[in-house]
Ligand binder design. Structure first.
Ligand code: NAD
Length: 321
């Protein structure tokens, strides 16, 4: 297949791109190297893909850029991962999140329609469930009370694609990723941030009383689900949860990150942050049934792999003199 992957320089995009190349697909990647985190990190994410795929610098809010790219022809599908990610920063600039995550998604879908590309896989998020109390979360649940501008932007993306699918015959598959971790994880996310603090002997700030919980999903499982969506998702509009299915409380997570690094963490407590939700937990029965998705990597194994990568990454950044 020939595929466009947006957000290819990011954490998940670089893993998805790599898997697709390794199985023989032709990958063209697009990323604007948004300064949300350091470009040097994104360049390191691309180490393999710079050699084996075409990576272009461009913005999904720039319709002309997308048109030039898709007008080349021959694309079978688009994996649209480019976005402003992260709940807390979205409170500071809701309009930017809507511009990139909603208008950008509209441009991607419109450009696809204009150039005859019929299949779109879209990165949505568990955050669309807001503070729903019925767990584990199922795709059929009502999701009309998102708790942050980021969550709003992801839900709006889903709604837009649902309508465009019905009106214009696109196939759009929305994947609700549940807190993804693993090598190259975004530096501001829990696990990555905690691990660097623990290695430096600095305290980890725990917001709330430590009982909030997340369904952490190892990145290889997310890649499996994303590739399966490309290959197997039904035509028309669909939504799938992709989670690890075993939520872990925040205090326990910090302890387990410390264990993986063989360092005892110290904690400081702060009040819960606005926009954060209390719990996430995926029911993945639909993804299992229709995509064959079954998460394979438990937290202990995933944290061990992450810790190994982190130590290598730290050594590469700070070579011995
Ligand atoms: N990491 C998670 O736990 C998680 C959970 C749920 C959903 N998601 C979604 O998965 C996708 C990938 O997330 P990630 O964690 O890899 O984030 P990331 O920030 O590492 O990757 C996103 C990439 O998109 C690029 N980008 C941002 N704005 C762009 C624009 N206007 N045009 C082109 N490229 C642009 C960034 O430069 C970045 O490389 C996002 O859509 C995110 O919302 C991630």
């Amino acid at each position: 297949m020939k595929l466009l992957v947006t957000g290819i320089a990011g954490f998940i995009g670089s893993h998805v791109g790599e898997r697709l190349v390794r199985r023989g697909d032709t990958v063209v990647g697009l990323d604007n190297f948004d300064p949300f985190y350091d470009r040097a990190i994104k360049e390191r994410n691309l180490a393999f893909l710079r050699e084996h795929a075409e990576v272009l610098e461009g913005d999904v809010t720039d319709r002309a850029c997308l048109d030039r790219l898709l007008a080349r022809g021959g694309f079978d599908a688009v994996v649209h991962l480019a976005a402003l990610a992260g709940v807390r920063p979205s409170l500071r600039a809701p309009w930017r999140y809507n511009l990139v995550n909603v208008v950008g998604t509209s441009h991607v879908a419109e450009s696809m329609l204009a150039h005859g590309v019929g299949r779109l896989v879209f990165a949505s998020s568990s955050s669309v469930y807001g503070n729903n109390t019925l767990v584990p979360y199922e795709e059929s649940q009502r999701v009309d009370a998102p708790a942050s501008p980021y969550a709003v932007s992801k839900r709006a993306g889903e709604l837009l694609l649902d309508t465009m699918t019905a009106l214009f015959g696109l196939t759009a598959t929305c994947l609700r990723y549940f807190t993804v971790y693993g090598p190259r994880q975004r530096p501001e996310m829990a696990i990555h941030k905690f691990a660097r603090l623990i290695l430096r002997g600095e305290p980890v700030t725990v917001y709330g009383d430590g009982t909030s919980s997340r369904d952490y999903t190892y990145v290889d499982d997310i890649v499996d689900g994303t590739v399966a969506a490309l290959d197997r998702a039904p035509s028309g509009f669909s939504i799938f949860n992709l989670g690890g299915t075993r939520p872990v409380a925040l205090a326990e997570l910090v302890a387990r990150v410390g264990k993986a690094l063989h360092v005892e963490p110290s904690l400081v407590h702060e009040p819960s942050q606005p926009g954060d939700v209390a719990h996430t937990w995926a029911n993945t029965a639909r993804a299992e049934r229709e995509l064959g998705y079954v998460p394979q990597v438990g937290l202990e194994e995933g944290l061990a792999r992450f810790a190994e990568w982190l130590r290598r990454d730290e050594a590469a950044q700070d070579p011995p003199r």
